[in-house]
Design a protein around this ligand. Sequence first.
Ligand code: MN
Length: 373
Amino acid sequence: MSEVSPGVINAEAEKDQILKAYRALLRALKPSLGKGDKKMIRLAFDMALEAHKDMRRKTGEPYILHPLAVALICAEEIGLGPLAIVCALLHDTVEDTYMTLEDIRGSFGEKAATIVDGLTKISGVFDKGTSLQAENFRKMLLTLSDDIRVILIKLADRLHNMRTLDSMQREKQLKIASETAYLYAPLAHRLGLYAFKTELEDLSMRYTEPEVYKDITDRLTQTKRDRTRFINEFTVPIKDELNKQGFTYEVKGRSKSIHSIWSKMKRQGVTFDEIYDLFAIRIIIDASEDMEKAMCWKAYSIITDFYHPNPDRLRDWISTPKATGYESLHTTVMGPSGKWVEVQIRSRRMDEIAEKGYAAHWKYKESAAENAL
Ligand code: MN
């Protein structure tokens, strides 16, 4: 008989999908894997796989794909190390399965148990329909978690849930989306995780304000060609000069997030076409830490040789970083067609901090193996 049962094919395909996700996680972790860490991560994966084996997400997928995705976000988008990845893989086990904190302590040590315990408690307090003021939420989070990794993993968890919100019922979508905008996005902001904050806000808006969201998205798409052409023309002379002076750098044109465009439209009572700073140009410079400040100012000087700066709009967060650790030099200059353009100048290191947050950049690369000893 050549008949193949579709159930079998599914199971095989799912196994494949799970292994693929696991391998992607290992690849993302490679630079921070110490001796024994790979083994620990494999153990955490196997334990989570077994514990969640009969569970499925609302999307119909095997549940394990969720902790795998959360762990990948922690590794790739926050830059967390092996110990945090072990905890991300196990983050839903104590709450939703037969596994206990003792199991985790036994296999991965005290610190991993503390982090998973924090995650379980947060979930017990916040995900069960308690409504809280944003400020209280933040305070409670901070007291529940003396290790900031608890919060970082929780944010990754929320981000993945938001990315997969489509499969939820409308009512649930609205509740989760508004909670995200109200509680989690400001929290990401406080921790300097700007990429998270922006994505959480945009995703939330997609559900709470679907029409406006679609309208702005469409307009951004329609105007993309013009923007790209403008950015290219604008940066030609700057690039020439940077090359001449031996800089290694990257130039990016970054359009404002959908949420911040919408906020500005509301705040200033303007239409989409009236927003002059739809995008910023970012120059990321490769420089050693002792040279980066001087190089950023040198780049500033090159830019303002070509374009006239608005003195009121100079922001020097290099000499005085923001409380979140954000460092960057911002200037607004008069572009070729008489349009103001914001230019952000920063080193590769500063860019990494700006995207992933200060806390994760230098700390929390901790080995899982050493903690389990
Ligand atoms: Mn989760």
